[in-house]
Design a protein around this ligand. Structure first.
Ligand SMILES: CC(=O)N[C@H]1[C@@H](OP(=O)(O)OP(=O)(O)OC[C@H]2O[C@@H](n3ccc(=O)[nH]c3=O)[C@H](O)[C@@H]2O)O[C@H](CO)[C@@H](O)[C@@H]1O
Ligand SMILES: C=C(OP(=O)(O)O)C(=O)O
Length: 441
């Protein structure tokens, strides 16, 4: 039997939660440790599934990963790095998106890489063509095999002039992790500049890399022959922080998110305030609260940084169901990120999804038959329902809706949430949510 979370909704969430290192940085900083000739120490590491998956993959490749049980700090030592058995790696097929980022570091460390089929949220097709093109431009040979891909570089990786068709976070990180120890200079144009990308650059600079970020989305990397270790405190998880903010608003609650960082969330904070949410920005975190009055509808588009982050979209849509009037959300990063609205409709929300670009700028998905714009009319009273968690943020949105709804909801598939939300049931309990968890036997 799978775990079942039974939620009795209608209780405003109130209290304090802490967010630790970002899911979208920590596993990548762990991968970066493979590039060093000395151990690295990573601080502020959350206990989430993606960290477990990368720990296991690194260990299979001979990297020692030690966790300090008190502080949670990870010490990663790559000096015994070795080839892993394909069957062991295969066991991680479908677990996460991070394994594709092991390519460059593994080639530098042991001359080859086998990468299992990727997992991650099913919110679009999520191809890896940019990654493979990047690797080929560095001189790697890519072989598709059943269950994964095999990569080698008979003449080593060499710097290249690379241009991305879209500022992909993962492909930018692929370039960074491959180029820092490649021979010669790499110039990447069309790069992503999300805070997590910049934090990865900070990690690599600590290791001895030479990387400069220019104002026009160009990143220049001068390859170096050897890198050392790093000591780094991961930046906080702005996506988890935004999720708790949306939960505070949707449930008419008041949540202090310790660790939330204003600098990385400015676009979200503007939107939250325009919607009518209350904010108190402190040095150690941000208080998000419902001010008691009406919420105002919004028109917004997701975009690459510094735009409105796509991972904030799904939780915020639940808060928009409580705004007075019509809100429009145009999703321009993933073509299929509104599937989660079906369960919200079953809970009483009024949401229509459209193929047209309902935004100021037509996006890549406009003429291609993707339901990527949503019109949300509110306020609607939500009522409890049963649902199976579809993906990380969509699933968290369903939980927020259940917490805001009248009556009882039952959620299955909640392990998906553990991929990106540390100890989320403990946090719900600390915020006063009324729920029972029947763990899988
Ligand atoms: C683990 C991690 O950090 N995940 C984040 C990362 O995902 P991830 O790095 O996978 O996302 P990308 O920025 O690469 O994807 C953006 C867009 O580019 C497309 N694309 C990407 C790669 C490729 O080879 N071909 C291609 O077409 C994707 O389908 C998508 O439409 O950035 C996303 C955008 O901020 C976030 O939503 C994810 O939470
Ligand atoms: C899409 C997400 O993550 P991933 O890239 O790991 O699937 C997310 O965190 O919302």
């Amino acid at each position: 039997m799978s775990s079942v979370l039974t939620i009795r909704g209608g209780v405003p969430l109130s209290g304090r939660v802490t967010v630790r290192g970002a899911k979208n940085l920590v596993p990548k900083a762990m991968v970066a440790a493979l590039l060093g000739s000395e151990p690295s120490v990573l601080r502020n590491v959350p206990e989430i599934k993606d960290v477990e998956v990368v720990t296991s993959l690194l260990q299979l490749h001979g990297v020692s990963v030690e966790r300090d049980e008190v502080s949670g700090d990870l010490t990663l030592d790559p000096k015994e790095a070795k080839t892993a058995h394909v069957a062991d790696i295969d066991a991680h097929a479908g677990d996460s998106r991070i394994p594709i980022l092991l390519c460059g570091p593994l080639i530098h460390a042991i001359g080859e890489a086998f990468i299992p089929d990727l997992g991650g949220c099913r919110i679009g097709d999520r191809p890896i063509d940019y990654h493979l093109n990047v690797l080929r431009q560095f001189g790697a040979v890519v072989d598709k095999r059943p269950g994964g891909i095999s990569i080698s570089a008979p003449r080593g990786l060499r710097g290249a002039k690379i241009s991305l068709p879209y500022p992909s976070v993962g492909a930018t990180e692929q370039v960074l992790l491959s180029a820092t120890r490649a021979e010669g200079i790499t110039e990447l144009s069309g790069a992503a500049t999300e805070p997590e990308v910049i934090d990865l650059i900070a990690v690599l600079q600590k290791m001895g890399a030479l990387i400069s970020v220019q104002s026009d989305r160009t990143i220049r990397i001068e390859g170096v022959a050897e890198l050392g270790g790093y000591r780094h405190r991961a930046l906080p998880d702005r996506n988890e922080a935004a999720s708790w903010a949306s939960a505070a608003l949707a449930t008419r609650g008041d949540i202090f998110v310790e660790g939330a960082s204003q600098r990385d969330m400015m676009t979200f904070l503007n939107v939250f305030r325009k919607l009518g949410g209350g904010l108190a920005i402190e040095d150690d975190g941000i208080r998000f609260y419902h001010r008691g009055g009406k919420l105002s509808p919004l028109v917004l588009e997701t975009d690459v940084h510094p735009g409105f982050m796509t991972d904030w979209q799904q939780p915020l849509v639940v808060a928009l169901t409580q705004a007075e009037g019509v809100s429009i959300v145009h999703e321009t990063v993933y073509e299929n990120r509104f599937g989660f609205t079906e369960a919200l409709r079953r809970m009483g929300a009024t949401i229509q999804v459209h193929r047209e670009c309902l935004g100021s700028v037509p996006c890549r998905f406009g003429q291609r038959n993707f339901l990527h714009s949503a019109v949300i009319s509110g306020p609607t009273r939500l009522h409890g329902a049963d649902f199976d968690i579809p993906d990380l943020r969509g699933g968290f949105s369903h939980l927020i809706a259940a917490l805001a709804a009248e009556g009882v909801s039952r959620a299955t598939g909640i392990d998906v949430i553990k991929r990106g939300y540390e100890h989320f049931t403990d946090k719900l309990a600390a915020l006063g949510a009324d729920f029972d968890l029947e763990e899988a036997r």
